[in-house]
Design a protein around this ligand. Structure first.
Ligand SMILES: [Zn+2]
Length: 567
C-alpha cells in the first residue's frame, strides 16, 4: 500500500491532475501484477521526466543526465538484444567500477536477475526516461534485433521454412515464436508507426540496407549487425506475402500485400528489382487515406477556384508536375468531392493507388493491350459523368480525352510538365490541334510538395536581404521567415509532413484566343497572371510567410532547372 501511495504522490508532483484516476490505475496494475511504473507512464497523466526523476530521488538511484547515443559495440555483446529489449535495460558504459545500466522501472526484479546472471561484473544502475531508453535501444540494437538474435540461435529453425499457406498478414498478432515472419512484421510495423510511405530493402556488397521514406526523405533504419545472413529469408518472406514467384530472382516482379494493423487495412505495393548485388525489394505503403480539401492546404481563393472547376459539367482539368509531387492525391481529392450517387465516376490508372468506394477503377495492363487509350475508349461507351485518366502520355489518349470532354464529360488527368502553361505546349507538341486544346481544357494546375516545418523546433531564419531579393521574396515579410532546426520529435530533420503548393491557370476566353492563335509561352504566361493566376513560387511564399515552410524548400521545388525527364 505504501508503494502505491508514494507513486501517487510522485504522480501528483509531476503534474497529474486526476489523482483518483491515477491511484486506481496503479492499484489495478498491482492487483494484476503488472509493472506499476509502466501503468503510470502509459496513463499519460504525468510528465514522464519529472515523474521518473521523482522515483530516482525517492529510491536514491542516480539519474543519468548525459545524452545517450546508441550502445557501444562490446556492451552489445555482453548484454544481448533479447535481454536489453525484453526488459528495456540499456548498457551505457563499462569501467573499473563495473557496467552502468540505465533503466526506468526499478521494481522489475526479473530484469535485475537476468542481468545479474549474464553479467559477472558489478552492475551500476542509473535511471533515465523511457522515451530516451527505448530510442537508444532501437538505435543501438536495430529494429527487430531481439527476433533476429533468436533466429540466429536457431530457436525456430523449422519456421524458416516459409509457408505460404499459413498466411494471415495481420501485423498485430503477437507471435511469441521468433521467426523471419515476426522479424519482417516488425520492420513493417515500425514503418507504419513512423508514418513511412515506402520501405526499401537493398542488398549491398556486405550488408543489407533498410531505408524508410518519411515525408519524402529517405532515412536509414537501424538494423541488427550481421543482418546480411537473413537477406534471402527476408526477401523470400516478402515475396510470399505479395504472392510473387520466389524462385524467380532475375526478373523484376510486381505484387501487392493486404496488411492489417489494429483492425485497419493497409495496402502495400511491392516491386522487386534484380541488382548486381542481389535482389532488392521496395514496398509502398498505402493507408486508407482521407482525401479532403483541408489536407490539400488550399487557401480560400484557390479553394474557390477549384470548386468552380469541379462544378463544371464538362471539359478537361489537367494537373502537372514531376513524379512524386502529389498529383494523385489532388486528383483523388477532386474525385472524392464529386463522388455522389448521382454521378458515375470511372478511372483508368497505372496502377490504381487508392481504392475509392463507389468509383469504378481500372488498372492498365499493357500485356493484354489494356492501355490508357483503350481503357478510356471503353469507359466512354459506358456512360460515365466523370472520368480520370492517370496520365496523358500520348496523342491517342489525349485525343480520346478531348473527344470525351467535348461530348459532355468532365475529364481529369495529369501531364508531366513543369508549370501550368507548359501543359499547353505539351499537348500541342503531342500533335493536338490548338483550337481543340483551347476549347476542351478548362484549367492547368501545376503542383509541388514542400516539407512542413516542425512546429516544435522551428526558429526565425537569418537570411540576407540580398538573397531574398534575388529569389523574389517580398522583403516586407522578411521578418516572418522561419528556418528548420531539429529536435527529437522530428528525427532532427526540422520538418514533419508535407504541404502542396499550386499554380492554377484557368483557360479564360482571352487565353483561348491566344492558344488558338499560337501565342508564345511567355505571352500566355503573362496573360494568365493578368487573368488571376498566382505563380507557383508566389504561392510558395505565402506558405513561407505563414511559417509553414522555408524559403529553401520553395526554391528547391520551383527551381527553373527542374530535372524533368521528358519521355
Ligand atoms: Zn522538431
Amino acid at each position: 500500500m505504501e508503494l502505491i501511495g508514494t507513486l501517487t504522490e510522485l504522480a501528483k508532483a509531476s503534474g497529474c491532475a486526476d489523482l483518483a484516476g491515477c491511484r486506481s490505475i496503479v492499484q489495478a496494475a498491482a492487483e494484476e501484477q503488472r509493472s506499476l511504473i509502466y501503468s503510470v507512464l502509459d496513463s499519460k497523466l504525468v510528465d514522464e521526466t519529472v515523474f521518473l526523476k521523482g522515483v530516482s530521488r525517492w529510491l536514491e538511484i542516480p539519474w543519468w543526465s548525459e545524452p545517450i547515443i546508441g550502445v557501444p559495440g562490446p556492451l552489445r555483446e555482453k548484454v544481448p538484444a533479447k535481454t536489453a529489449l525484453r526488459y528495456h535495460v540499456l548498457p551505457l558504459q563499462e569501467d573499473e567500477d563495473g557496467i552502468s545500466i540505465a533503466f526506468y522501472d526499478p521494481f522489475d526484479l526479473l530484469a535485475r536477475q537476468a542481468l545479474a546472471s549474464s553479467l559477472h561484473q558489478r552492475i551500476i544502475y542509473v535511471m533515465s526516461t523511457r522515451t530516451q531508453i527505448v530510442k537508444a535501444l532501437r538505435q543501438g540494437y536495430g529494429v527487430g534485433a531481439e527476433t533476429f538474435e533468436a533466429i540466429l540461435e536457431g530457436r525456430s529453425e523449422e519456421e524458416l521454412g516459409l509457408d505460404a499457406e499459413q498466411e494471415t498478414n495481420v501485423l498485430d498478432l503477437d507471435d511469441s515464436e521468433a521467426s523471419v515472419v515476426k522479424f519482417v512484421n516488425q520492420i513493417l510495423r515500425e514503418a507504419l508507426e513512423q508514418r513511412a510511405t515506402d520501405i526499401h530493402i537493398e542488398p549491398l556488397q556486405d550488408d543489407l540496407q533498410i531505408r524508410y521514406r518519411i515525408d519524402g526523405v529517405l532515412h536509414d533504419v537501424p538494423v541488427p549487425p550481421n543482418i546480411k545472413v537473413l537477406q534471402a529469408s527476408v526477401i523470400s518472406r516478402l515475396k510470399i506475402m505479395a504472392q510473387l514467384d520466389i524462385a524467380e530472382r532475375r526478373l523484376p516482379q510486381d505484387g501487392r500485400i493486404n496488411l492489417e494493423l489494429d483492425g485497419q487495412a493497409i495496402d502495400v505495393r511491392v516491386a522487386t528489382i534484380p541488382s548486381v548485388t542481389g535482389e532488392s525489394i521496395s514496398l509502398r505503403l498505402l493507408g486508407q487515406e482521407k482525401f479532403t480539401f483541408d489536407r490539400l492546404g488550399l487557401d480560400k481563393q484557390l479553394q474557390l477556384r477549384i470548386r468552380q472547376l469541379l462544378a463544371l459539367p464538362n471539359g478537361i482539368v489537367l494537373v502537372t508536375g514531376p513524379t512524386g509531387c502529389g498529383k494523385s492525391t489532388t486528383l483523388y481529392t477532386f474525385l472524392s468531392s464529386l463522388n455522389t450517387k448521382e454521378r458515375r465516376i470511372v478511372t483508368v490508372e497505372d496502377p490504381v493507388e487508392y481504392k475509392l468506394s463507389g468509383v469504378i477503377q481500372i488498372a492498365v495492363k499493357p500485356e493484354i493491350n489494356l492501355t490508357f487509350a483503350t481503357g478510356l475508349r471503353s469507359i466512354l461507351r459506358g456512360d460515365p459523368n466523370v472520368i480520370m485518366v492517370g496520365e496523358m502520355r500520348d496523342r491517342e489518349t489525349a485525343e480520346i480525352a478531348i473527344r470525351g470532354a467535348l461530348t459532355g464529360h468532365l475529364v481529369f488527368s495529369t501531364l508531366h510538365t513543369n508549370d501550368a502553361i507548359g501543359g499547353i505546349t505539351r499537348l500541342v507538341d503531342m500533335g493536338i490541334e490548338r483550337f481543340l486544346v483551347a476549347n476542351s481544357v478548362r484549367a492547368f494546375i501545376a503542383q509541388r510538395l514542400v516539407r512542413v516545418l516542425c512546429p516544435r523546433c522551428k526558429r526565425p531564419a537569418q537570411h540576407l536581404k540580398d538573397y531574398l531579393k534575388e529569389i523574389g521574396f517580398p522583403l516586407e515579410h522578411a521578418s516572418n521567415v522561419m528556418a528548420a532546426a531539429g529536435c527529437d520529435q522530428c528525427r532532427h530533420t526540422g520538418f514533419e509532413g508535407r504541404a502542396a503548393i499550386f499554380e492554377i491557370c484557368l483557360v479564360t476566353p482571352r487565353l483561348q484566343d491566344m492558344v488558338t492563335q499560337g501565342s508564345q509561352e511567355a505571352v500566355l504566361h503573362a496573360t494568365a497572371i493578368d487573368d488571376g493566376m498566382i505563380p507557383l513560387r508566389h504561392h510558395g511564399w505565402s506558405k513561407v510567410i505563414a511559417g509553414i515552410t522555408t524559403v529553401e524548400e520553395v526554391v528547391r521545388v520551383t527551381a527553373a532547372d527542374l530535372e524533368m525527364v521528358d519521355e
